[in-house]
Design a protein around this ligand. Sequence first.
Ligand SMILES: Cc1cc2nc3c(=O)[nH]c(=O)nc-3n(C[C@H](O)[C@H](O)[C@H](O)COP(=O)(O)OP(=O)(O)OC[C@H]3O[C@@H](n4cnc5c(N)ncnc54)[C@H](O)[C@@H]3O)c2cc1C
Length: 466
Amino acid sequence: MPHAYDYDVIVIGSGPGGEGAAMGLVKGGARVAVIERYHNIGGGCTHWGTIPSKALRHAVSRIIEFNQNPLYSDHTRLLRSSFADILNHTENVISQQTRMREGFYERNRCELFQGDANFIDANTIEIESHDGTRERLTAEKFVISCGSRPYHPADVDFTHPRIYDSDSILNLHHEPDHVIIYGAGVIGCEYASIFRGLNVKVDLVNTRDRLLAFLDQEMSDSLSYHFWNSGVVIRHNEEFEKIEGMDDGVILHLKSGKKVKADCLLFANGRTGNTDTLTLDKVGLEVDSRGLLKVNSMYQTAQPHIYAVGDVIGYPSLASAAYDQGRIAAQAIMKGEATAHLIEDIPTGIYTIPEISSVGKTEQQLTAMKVPYEVGRAQFKHLARAQIVGMNIGSLKILFHRETKEILGIHCFGERAAEIIHIGQAIMEQKNGGNTIEYFVNTTFNYPTMAEAYRVAALNGLNRLF
Ligand SMILES: Cc1cc2nc3c(=O)[nH]c(=O)nc-3n(C[C@H](O)[C@H](O)[C@H](O)COP(=O)(O)OP(=O)(O)OC[C@H]3O[C@@H](n4cnc5c(N)ncnc54)[C@H](O)[C@@H]3O)c2cc1C
């Protein structure tokens, strides 16, 4: 019997959200087309978001490690690299990732189309290629996974060669001595670490009263301290009045009357969903003021045959979550319902230098909820493995219920925090009484390891009980 539509499902965007959905759908037997406007697949995640920023950060942290390690460096042989130098490393990682992801689509016979997608009617998409040619495809269902882009306020001139956003910063090829980073969210803080690690002066301008206010306060205070200690100038509670581009730099005029001058400015304050060119009005869908779509628990928009996943639906706006949302939407499309759900406690990995990671509640949340919790702490400097590898900066904090001993939150600061957190997360997810801090004192850890921080923190916490 001929098919009524060209495809069962069309997926718009090939980032983690689109890939998760497309792979789930083809493995379930659906005929799937993926449309990507960029000349390579992988999404913002691979080309201008997660992967490049993490590759840059890795290169910088190895330079710092080398320069601080007396085994390699005796201060007469300091390793120096510019942003442009380490960009090369990033490009290698991006091409490895792109090749690998192309293989997923090829192996699974998932058709890829290159061009800009927009809706013509409820079941038809038009693809406009870069050469201006247009093609129409029809499908029964759709997954919108078009991601987000940096927010551009109308009064900031992003065409100025010294004013960057988190996408265009990857085209920075001059060597700044001084950078202003406007916006101290995760992206702003990560880039502050990268530039400071390259010995560039950094002014980090925060529109809020503390860094990364969603974190446990101790973690955010530790980051502030380490930024301060490494020479980053943090300015809290500031808003820009005007950003003035000049031939040799930028002057940031703040509403508080201050002025800051630097060689360039990275504007990292907010993001907008990539929905403006999708002509969603033709399918009766509306977005909010940030270009985001609303979905239900199965990632269906107000039009039940159109699903949306990833950054375009807002929180948590993480590659990790986008991929899972795509898989869940695919299950909902194939089976009519999704048995899988995004986990409640999504871990946070922040790749500053030092790294921060957490899962579960913060002390501030537990106090507000009047939960009688206790704290177990381990300092990295007391762990044999940390001493051996020179990872003395850092700590692990476990928050647990003082009566049931249930683990309520884990917060880690220091190198490899984003990996270390998953040990605790696995225990937190145990059901039927399996999630208690006692696990960490009743098990045997490899020695010496960073994982041993859990045993030290658990003993420390349990010793506080009376
Ligand atoms: C600097 C930075 C660092 C980050 N670091 C991390 C991190 O460490 N960990 C983490 O989990 N997350 C991180 N993120 C967030 C992460 O990158 C996003 O959450 C993730 O990429 C979202 O995936 P997505 O599939 O929704 O969108 P994207 O990855 O943005 O992919 C969307 C794709 O859709 C395409 N597209 C858009 N509109 C159309 C259209 N009309 N037609 C055809 N194609 C279209 C785009 O070209 C793009 O390729 C970071 C983001 C940034 C900017």
